[in-house]
Design a protein around this ligand. Sequence first.
Ligand SMILES: [Zn+2]
Length: 184
Amino acid sequence: MPTIFTHAFIPIALGKTISTEKRPLRFWLAAVLCSVVADADVITFAFGIEYGDFLGHRGFFHSLCFAFILSMVMALWEFRKLKLFSKPWWKIWFFFFVVTASHGILDTFTNGGLGIALLSPFDTTRYFAPWTPVMVSPIGARSFFTPWGLAALASEFLWIWMPLIIALIITKTYRRIRKQVATK
Ligand SMILES: [Zn+2]
């Protein structure tokens, strides 16, 4: 997995890039939760479930199907004031789907561990992207501040944070220029 910081950065960067709408803190917390929650599946190790099992680490909880279910729950529960299946409702659902799915997809770009069961439960094959530039980060908080943990952070910064930050800067600059042109 990339580290929890990197997964959590996805909804913030994505949300700020695609929309200028002000959202309450609750919204961002829910989005961050969706982007990191898949790795709670490491808890299954404690129950004797193997890494490669259906419910093992990077298994069903990293799949697109799980992302679909969780984003539906989020949209139905968190945004129940919105008219069900209206355009704004679908937009919120889609954002939460992408944010949740980003976790498993991002993990496929890492260079270690088992692949990701993206299509589970329909197909339990563990997938990797054809290109895996992101160094896999250690599991567990203690191994985080080791040379491995730091090297993983550096590789995530280069391959994930930098492109997202650049996209955000370009979008913000573009919006500012457009606003200036419009007020002239
Ligand atoms: Zn993961």
